[in-house]
Every structure is written in C-alpha cells, then in structure tokens.
Ligand binder design. Structure first.
Ligand SMILES: NC(=O)c1ccc[n+]([C@@H]2O[C@H](COP(=O)([O-])OP(=O)(O)OC[C@H]3O[C@@H](n4cnc5c(N)ncnc54)[C@H](O)[C@@H]3O)[C@@H](O)[C@H]2O)c1
Length: 282
C-alpha cells in the first residue's frame, strides 16, 4: 500500500529519536516525510516502528551527533529526501548520566555543530528547534563569557575557559553552561546563518519532563527534584506531549515572527528560584 501519493513531501529531520523528540515529530508529522537519527539502533527501531504503525513515512539513519562527518551525512540524507523544512535536535544527555566532558561535547559543542550543518540544508521558510533545558536559566554568566559562547567558531568552543576542567567542576555545572550556550547559539544562528537563508530557529527549555532520561535523574537525585516539584507553582512534572504542543507552535507558520528565542516550559521552577521559594542545591 502507498499511504501518501503526494510528491515533494516536506522533510522533518529529528536528531535524537528519544522521548521528547518522537513526541514532537508525532505532533507535526501529518503529510511530511520523517528522517529519524540517533546513535542508538534500538531507539531508532522503536521510534520508527511506532510512527510507521500510525502510517507516517519514516526513514532512519544511525548518527553520532558528536561526529561532524556523521551529522553531515545525516543532513545530506535529509536533503536527498526533499525540502528540509524542520530540524529538531534533542540529542543530549543529563547531569547524572554523563561526565562534565561528555556533557560539554554533546549538549554544547555537538548542538552548535548541528545548527551549523543544518544551516546549509534548511529550506527557506523552514524552522529549527533545539531542546535546551531549564538549567540554562539557572546560572548567570558574565556578558563577556556569553559573547564568547555566542560567537566563538564551533570547533573552538571546547577551548573556552568557561568549559574547561577547572571551570566546570561538576556535571551539573557543565549542563547549566551547555544549555545556556544553546540559547546563545540559537540566537546567533537566527540572526546569521539561518536568518540569511530565510529560516527560523528557536529553542525550548523544558523543566522536569518524565522520560527515561528524567528517571535516571530521579534515581540519582530524587530528593532535590522532589523539592523542586514541591516549590514550583505547577506542583507537578511535565510530559513530552506538553513540550510537543509548544514545539508544534514554534515550528508552525503561526510562529513566523518568532526566531532566535527560547521558550522556558518548566512549571515555574525558575520563577520559584527567582522568588526565593526554592534554592538550588538547598
Ligand atoms: N527529560 C527531562 O526532564 C529534560 C529536561 C530538560 C532538558 N532535557 C533535554 O531534552 C533532550 C531530550 O531528552 P529526553 O528526555 O527526550 O531524553 P532521551 O534520552 O529520551 O532522548 C535523547 C536521545 O539522544 C540520543 N543521543 C544521545 N547521544 C547521542 C549521540 N551522540 N548522537 C545521536 N543521538 C544521541 C539518545 O540515544 C536518545 O535517544 C536532551 O537534550 C535533554 O538534556 C530533558
């Protein structure tokens, strides 16, 4: 059976076919061709099986977000399938899953690299979405450091003092800096490479969203997360479907005046910190 007889379907490229990524894709998938990319064959298989069972046109490619050649090949595959209208990048890790070095490499440098590489293939009128984190709103960096994170060429990012061993002394700190860097790289790309192509790019900063990644966090630091939930105005965790609803809006033409910005979706955790209702590490 051929489920869709239309030619020239717009392409969605998803880098990181995990929980949030697949929820976002499912939300916008109608009438589009989907390319899923992930380092894990198991994640690719299960995401492709679920989406195919719902009748969507799905292809997969194993890709290592840390490897420039691999991401370049993934972007080229996306372009070979049709007009690349959407990039969604959720390839990332969390503080309790990884070392500071791995977090900087994946959440900061690799994300910046994907933004660069997809700037070469995104279609005019296309839209990108980077999944950052509420952690990117948790620490203040100096204007000078923010400028460096925003503008340093991607292959020199890992040499910045702010991400070196003695500056990011914990995985938590590496995660906060990396996720803040996501906002800054998105802002720069929106104004330059992506904007010059007539494409938009934004980020979403989720709070605690229940996924396997979040369960790893709860297992390692459950009490801290419970205190965060209890102090937040929403008094609950979020779901991938809630992130997907906002993502669908940001990726749609209704958001065509929105680019270079970050949408914090955290149930008010950052607001609670600002109001003194919750202290990080407290
Ligand atoms: N779940 C949360 O509470 C939460 C909160 C804030 C931010 N985030 C961020 O959201 C993003 C998605 O997280 P999720 O909760 O959906 O987790 P997830 O583990 O379900 O998804 C992440 C995916 O990235 C893939 N990946 C990891 N390394 C890769 C690599 N080198 N190359 C390609 N793919 C790779 C994993 O295999 C996985 O499928 C991450 O960047 C995470 O930091 C999550």
């Amino acid at each position: 059976m051929i489920f869709n007889r239309n030619d020239n379907l717009p392409v969605i490229a998803l880098l990181g076919a995990g929980s949030m990524g697949t929820a976002i894709v499912r939300r916008i998938a109608n009438g589009k061709r989907i390319l899923l990319g992930d380092i894990s064959e198991a994640s690719l298989e299960s995401a492709a099986r679920d989406l195919t069972a719902s009748g969507y046109a799905v292809e997969t490619q194993q890709v290592d977000a840390l490897d420039r050649a691999s991401v370049t090949a993934f972007a080229a595959r996306a372009a070979s399938l049709g007009e690349v209208r959407y990039l969604i990048d959720t390839a990332g890790t969390s503080p309790n899953q990884s070392s500071p070095e791995h977090i900087v490499a994946l959440d900061l440098v690799a994300t910046a690299m994907a933004i660069d590489i997809f700037a070469e293939v995104i279609a005019p009128g296309g839209a990108g979405l980077i999944i950052s984190s509420q952690a990117g709103h948790m620490m203040r960096l100096s204007d000078e450091v923010e400028q460096q994170l925003a503008l340093t060429p991607t292959d020199e990012l890992a040499d910045l003092d702010v991400v070196k061993h003695d500056a990011v002394t914990s995985s938590g700190m590496a995660y906060m800096v990396s996720k803040r860097a996501n906002h800054l790289r998105v802002r720069t790309a929106a104004a330059t490479t992506w904007g010059d192509r007539g494409a938009r790019i934004n980020s979403i900063s989720p709070g605690i969203v229940v996924t396997p990644l979040a369960y790893d966090e709860f297992r390692a630091a459950g009490e801290g997360y419970q205190a965060m939930i209890d102090a937040s105005p929403a008094r609950r965790v979020g779901s991938s479907d809630e992130i997907a609803a906002a993502a669908a809006f940001l990726l749609s033409d209704e958001a065509s005046f929105i680019t270079g910005t970050d949408l914090l979706i955290d149930g008010g955790v950052i607001a609670a910190i600002g109001a003194g209702r919750y202290t990080l590490g407290g």
